[in-house]
Write a protein that binds this ligand. Structure first.
Ligand SMILES: N[C@@H](CCC(=O)N[C@@H](CS)C(=O)NCC(=O)O)C(=O)O
Ligand SMILES: *[C@@H]1O[C@H](CO)[C@@H](O)[C@H](O)[C@H]1NC(C)=O
Length: 324
């Protein structure tokens, strides 16, 4: 028995050697390839293909299915369907939809059925073209529709807005993602309002998220450190907001859509979490801020969430998005 590791190593080396010979043969004189060698080369190619396919999931090419018919100038908003907790389970979806409402841009929500050009939600179709990324979409629509929610702001204010937007989306966001998908995966069927079976199929997303967060760097912290980092972000927003109704003063601007998008997920989808405690108990001005924006721009919130009903298409959308 004690010989077996060496034995395995020996056969692996032999296999590797014959593979090397076969590949050389393939590129020099493929007609001389024996059937055994051909099988070996084909099997190895399949194996390498499978590894590449699995590891390069982040760079998949997405074929976007567009509507056959569209109204010129209409924004077709592809996003996640409402659940009882919130009209949209992605903070970037809440952000984009809040912006559309702030800017009074007509849109038609489309709950998925197909995936966007960057493999993420939300995305839009506009005049027969697909566009991804909430921030880039907003910049495009600002130009296209002549909208400027920042018009009251100085350049320095805009710079502050930019910094807060990037903080919540590139840093604070991961606190939500970790809490939702990693710490509480086993309860996620409640939030998504799907069966545990569906969650079983979404399980690979949890592992992929962990890899993504590791690559980002934020996933390498201990739980205590990570939570401390996110808490400092939230306290910074709270301090800056102070007693103002909106982040930049008396009227909402673009940054409010982005910050509301992120905070609303903490407030309404993570009861019992440290994130929920921070935005309600430690920083109650954040909760009041969210309610203010919700009341002003989402009069249909209760209706949307009450009528939330999962269809078969929603289910396949979830698995499509989260298995990407
Ligand atoms: N920068 C993007 C971020 C969008 C995003 O991260 N969406 C997530 C849901 S919260 C997603 O689609 N994830 C699927 C994936 O990463 O494969 C935006 O602003 O729209
Ligand atoms: C408005 O401000 C946000 C930051 O708050 C920035 O990201 C965006 O590009 C600005 N848009 C315009 C049209 O100035």
């Amino acid at each position: 028995m004690s010989e077996s590791p060496g034995h395995v190593q020996g056969s692996l080396a032999a296999l590797y050697e014959s593979l090397q010979t076969s590949v050389l043969q393939l590129f020099t004189d493929p007609t001389q390839l024996s059937p055994g060698q051909a099988v070996l080369v084909a099997a190895s190619a399949l194996f390498v293909g499978a590894v590449v396919w699995t590891c390069c999931g982040g760079q998949r090419w997405t074929k976007v299915k567009l509507r056959a018919e569209f109204t010129p100038g209409m924004v077709y908003l592809h996003t996640l369907p409402a659940v009882k907790a919130i009209p949209c389970l992605t903070p970037f979806g809440i952000k984009l939809e809040t912006y559309l409402r702030m800017a009074d841009i007509p849109y038609e929500p489309m709950y998925g059925r197909s995936i966007g050009p960057k493999g993420k939600v939300p995305w839009i179709e506009y005049n027969g073209e697909a566009m991804g990324d909430s921030g880039l979409i907003m910049e495009f629509l600002n130009r296209e529709k002549g909208v400027d929610l920042n018009r009251s702001l100085s350049d320095a204010d805009k710079a502050v807005g930019r910094a807060f937007t990037k903080m919540v989306e590139e840093n604070t966001y991961w606190g939500m993602a970790w809490n939702r998908w990693i710490d509480n995966f086993d309860n996620l069927h409640d939030l998504f309002e799907v069966s545990k079976t569906v969650m079983f199929f979404l399980r690979p997303f949890k592992g992929r998220l962990q890899q993504t967060m590791w690559a980002h760097g934020i996933g390498r912290h201990s739980k205590v450190d990570l939570e401390g980092i996110i808490e400092k972000d939230l306290r910074a927003i709270s301090t800056f907001l102070g007693t103002k109704p909106y982040l930049m003063g008396d009227e909402p601007t673009e940054v409010d859509a982005a910050v509301f998008g992120q905070l609303s997920e903490l407030l309404w989808t993570l009861p019992g979490s440290y994130l929920h405690r921070i935005v309600t108990v430690d920083c109650p001005n954040l909760q009041a801020y969210c309610s203010r924006i919700k009341d002003r721009y989402w009069p249909d919130w209760d209706q949307l969430t009450k009528n939330a009903k999962k269809t078969k298409e929603d289910m396949s959308l979830y698995s499509e998005i989260f298995s990407m």
